[in-house]
Design a protein around this ligand. Structure first.
Ligand SMILES: Cc1cc2nc3c(=O)[nH]c(=O)nc-3n(C[C@H](O)[C@H](O)[C@H](O)COP(=O)(O)O)c2cc1C
Length: 318
């Protein structure tokens, strides 16, 4: 597929996810075939202040390219100032604007999905960016119950100069409940000339194939299904290529991937015990007795104990 003058080997993108998609996690997803990865959302205001922790969220490496940085904010000036700083330091191929986050903390600041109620502000943010930065700009939205209002926002984003749009088929009020509808991505794809990426509830080869075929979208973005299971990108790519599921030992795969995740955190110097603990629990997904394993992980006081539990996860010796 093509996006922002790039030819990508497949249409599988890793979704931006706060507290999940750090550089180490993104590199694992890339290894398994994600053709485009996104940083977690980064606050425009914090970037302008150049907070060290904030800047770390944009950290990338040459091997990761192509990768995107996602920003959240609500002021066209501040977002543009932040984008200028981030493009200079990290050289992302796309700067994406978060117009979908429903978290109260973000919406209260009139950011994320709160932007969608003002098409003129959406236009100003994207056009200000495209007029002032050299990196292509995209947006990631949620939808309205009302299809026409959703299409209006999508058109606004395209008219303002965005290079692509990602559509998570849930409304802001839905948060993460219910199901994500593919109807909106399908309708937006029909109307717009820029690439459209469908997102929401894609969790395996079958749902990926269905999302691509049903919507006609250029790409699909995978979020929660990749948490604790970055190998999903290889599984989906295989299914799309052969129509067959890969036969793998999921438990062993997840333990190996978790160990590699730790190595990557160390390599990029972004190791934190809190993060490892949270991620270790995610890597028990789908494993027998995972509740007990997670309890053990909760009690673990140091990295050694976490590794011991994870190493015993598949043969019941945790
Ligand atoms: C833990 C978590 C963090 C997320 N953080 C972000 C974020 O920083 N920016 C964003 O646009 N969406 C964020 N999302 C939403 C996802 O990118 C995605 O749109 C949503 O999870 C639906 O896709 P899925 O069904 O494949 O998970 C987050 C979702 C989760 C579960």
């Amino acid at each position: 597929m093509k996006i922002a003058n790039l030819s990508l080997p497949n249409p599988l993108f890793l979704a931006p996810m706060a507290n999940v998609t750090n550089l180490a996690f993104r590199m694992l997803c890339k290894k398994y075939g994600a053709s485009l990865t996104y940083s977690e959302m980064i606050s425009a205001t914090a970037v302008v202040r150049q907070g060290e922790k904030t800047m770390q969220r944009g950290m990338t490496c040459e091997d990761e390219q192509p990768f995107c940085i996602q920003i959240f904010g609500n002021s066209p000036d501040t977002i543009t100032e932040a984008a200028l700083i981030l493009e200079e330091i990290y050289r992302p191929v796309i700067i994406d604007i978060n117009m979908g986050c429903p978290a109260p903390l973000i919406v209260k600041q009139e950011c994320g999905s709160a932007l969608l109620k003002s098409p003129s502000l959406v236009h100003d943010i994207i056009s200000h960016l495209t007029n002032n930065i050299s990196t292509p700009v995209s947006a990631k939205i949620r939808v309205f119950d009302d299809m026409e209002k959703t299409l209006e926002i999508a058109r606004t984003i395209e008219d303002a100069g965005a290079c692509a749009i990602t559509v998570h088929g849930r409304t802001r009020a839905q948060m993460y409940s219910g199901t994500s509808s593919l109807e909106y991505a399908k309708a937006i794809k029909k109307e717009l000339a820029i690439p459209v990426i469908a997102n929401g509830d894609i969790k395996d080869g079958e749902s990926a194939k269905h999302a691509l075929e049903y919507t006609g979208c250029d790409g699909i973005m995978i979020g929660r299904a990749a948490i604790g299971h970055p190998y999903i990108f290889r599984e989906i790519a295989h299914y799309l290529g052969n129509g067959e599921s890969l036969e793998i030992d999921h438990c062993t795969q997840q333990v190996n991937d978790f160990m590699e995740y730790i190595e990557l955190l160390e390599k990029y110097d972004i190791f934190s015990l809190g993060d490892i603990k949270a991620q270790s629990k995610a890597f028990t997904k789908g494993v027998a007795e995972s509740r007990h394993i997670r309890e053990k992980l909760n009690d673990a006081k140091n990295l050694g104990s976490i590794i011991n539990v994870m190493n015993g996860m598949c043969d019941g010796t945790y």
